[in-house]
Design a protein around this ligand. Structure first.
Ligand code: NDP
Length: 320
């Protein structure tokens, strides 16, 4: 029986995830993941955390009986998973169930960036087609492009399969070459950027990728270069990107993620050669519900079988 087990939910959580937790466990909600909000009762009782916000080391340390952190999302750079692993706290995320949705969004964002489809639709909606004539021809096109994928993991491979169908050559950079994929491997991001004109970032955030897409990488991408960022804002040097877009170092950018969300710098909004989305990569009703179910299923699996469904790499060694 799991009904007595206290699961702490700091901040907002997907309603279906909260409902599933409430049915199976004792849900305790607090405003945010802040150690100062942990009462002695919470510290004594809480064995699980379910959240979509940042979880730092101090918050983990404030919960001495914590066993598992179930994170909503595949990217868990906002959770100090290394610290959790050292404290023998399991961390789970929500991979796979969102892969196709995010890959679809990445391809749409790439096409929007090149063919200006959102701007063309706005032209129609503003009545300008009827008053002024057709929308201008887009300067960009997908035709003839060479695609580089930074982060050839689950989502990177799903994007690559889609773009193969568009007839485009694919190359990639990871720290390690992926067995069994037919795409050209580059052992550096700079090398990849120099070999392609269309760079799609879908690598995880965190220290190992922080500002990896910098001024030098953008220069290597070149004047026809397009950057699509569907991974994390932290991976791109946003100031360098704004400068490169403004002075023609690269041609355009499509961004779903930003350095300091939900703040989007005025300079990015003002640029004509950007297509911008409010971090909606996985955000369909169906996919978000599947993520909520996987989060809840991870908690149930941990407290019934002692084995979660999708542990993150830093905590695979943790057992009950
Ligand atoms: P995976 O773990 O399957 O893939 C990540 C890939 O990135 C791996 O192939 C890994 O290879 C590579 N990688 C990791 N670190 C580095 C590094 N330092 N340098 C080079 N390559 C690196 O994750 P997913 O494909 O499932 O998800 C990828 C990311 O997409 C998430 O972490 C998340 O941040 C982002 N995302 C964004 C969404 C949105 O709404 N915009 C939605 C969902 C995900 P290797 O270890 O060999 O380096």
């Amino acid at each position: 029986d799991t009904n007595g087990i206290a699961i702490l939910v700091p901040g907002a959580l997907h309603a279906h995830a909260a409902k599933r937790i409430d049915e199976r466990f004792r849900l305790i909600a607090i405003d945010k993941a802040d150690a100062s909000l942990v009462t002695p009762e919470i510290a004594r009782d809480v064995r699980g955390v379910a959240s979509m916000t940042s979880i730092n080391a101090a918050f983990i340390d404030a919960l001495p009986n914590l066993e598992v952190i179930a994170h909503f999302g595949v990217g868990y750079d906002s959770v100090d998973a290394a610290h959790a692993g050292r404290r023998d706290v399991m961390v789970t995320n929500t991979p796979d169930v969102l892969t196709d949705e995010v890959a679809d969004t990445a391809v749409a964002l790439l096409i929007n960036t090149l063919r200006e489809l959102p701007k063309a639709e706005a032209w129609l909606r503003e009545g300008r087609w009827e008053r002024e004539g057709g929308y201008r021809f887009s300067r960009g096109s997908l035709r003839g492009r060479r695609v580089g994928i930074f982060g050839m993991g689950r989502i990177g491979q799903a994007i690559a399969r889609r773009l193969e169908g568009f007839g485009l050559p694919i190359a990639y950079h990871n720290r390690r070459q992926v067995e069994g994929v037919p795409y050209a491997y580059h052992d550096s991001l700079l090398g990849l950027a120099g070999a392609v004109d269309t760079l799609i970032n879908v690598a995880p955030g965190g220290a190992s990728t922080a500002r990896a897409v910098n001024a030098e990488v953008l220069r290597a991408l070149g004047a026809d270069g397009v950057l699509v960022n569907i991974g994390r804002g932290s991976t791109v040097d946003q100031e360098a990107l704004i400068a490169a877009l403004a002075d023609g170092t690269i041609f355009a950018a499509g961004l779903d993620v930003f350095a300091d969300e939900p703040h989007v710098p005025e300079a990015l909004l003002a640029l004509e050669n950007t297509s911008l989305l409010p971090h909606i990569g996985s955000a369909s009703v169906a996919t978000r519900e599947a993520m909520a179910d996987l989060l809840a299923d991870n908690l149930v699996a941990w407290f019934t079988d002692g084995k979660p469904l999708t542990p993150v790499a830093e905590t695979v060694h943790v057992s009950r």
